[in-house]
Structures are given as structure tokens and as C-alpha cells.
Write a new protein. Structure first.
Length: 135
């Protein structure tokens, strides 16, 4: 057992990740890079992975699956800010999306509270907007 998970539970997570478009080798690689994936609920794991795929940011998960720890709401608000300031996110600068609260505030001169008030979605709008662009 790992993290108090049975082998069958781990296999279920691998199959779930495969069902989201990854081959077994890549699914295992994601888990090796970030074993915390095994601790996410199935629903949360599906939401997070499909969110990044919908935003055409799948490379972020592949490069650094630890970024999945950041909430979808915060990521959505930061992406909205980037769009508003015409900051184009790519494979070379994607880490700016995941800066610490303090580093992000210094770099973009906006607090998380201001960011969420200005760009955050309310009452499930976030989930609706990225789901409709994905499915």
C-alpha cells in the first residue's frame, strides 16, 4: 500500500488518467512526478485535468503535475488577468501562472483578493465556462 491506498485503488487512478487521454506510460510518469495525484478525489482529478486540456494547457500537467494543487478558480482568474493584459502564456513562461501568492502580487501588482474580485467567476460560472469549451 502507498498513502494507505490499495493496489486496486492505484490501478483505478491509473485507468482514470488513461481515460482522460494519457497512455499508461505517461499516466505512471505523472504519478511518479506527483504522487499526490493518488490523493485527489476522482471528480477533482477529472475536473482539473479536463480544465487544463480545455484551456490548451495540457503541457503544464505533463511538465509539472504538481501545478494541479492550485485551485481551478485561482488559475481561471489568473488566466483572465493574462488575457486582459495581453500576456501570452506558453511552454517557456507558464510557471508565471503558478507563482506563489506573494511573487504573483509583486510581478503583476494585484493581490489574490483583487484578482478574484475582478476576474473570478461566481456561483459555478468557472466550471460552466471551461466545460462548455471542452465538451
Amino acid at each position: 500500500q502507498v498513502f494507505s491506498l490499495s493496489i486496486s485503488s492505484i490501478e483505478e487512478r491509473i485507468l482514470l488518467i488513461e481515460s482522460l487521454g494519457y497512455i499508461r506510460e505517461d499516466a505512471l510518469d505523472l504519478i511518479v512526478k506527483f504522487s499526490g495525484l493518488l490523493c485527489f478525489s476522482k471528480d477533482i482529478l477529472i475536473k482539473k485535468i479536463t480544465f487544463y486540456h480545455a484551456k490548451r494547457l495540457h503541457f503544464v500537467i505533463e511538465k509539472d503535475p504538481c501545478v494541479l494543487m492550485q485551485s481551478i478558480e485561482l488559475t481561471e482568474a489568473r488566466l483572465a488577468l493574462f488575457e486582459a493584459i495581453s500576456f501570452e502564456l506558453d511552454e517557456k513562461n507558464y510557471r508565471r501562472l503558478f507563482k506563489s501568492k506573494k511573487a504573483f502580487e509583486i510581478m503583476f501588482e494585484i493581490t489574490n483578493e483583487e484578482l478574484m474580485n475582478r476576474y473570478g467567476k461566481k456561483d459555478g460560472d468557472c466550471a460552466r465556462s471551461w466545460r462548455s469549451s471542452f465538451f
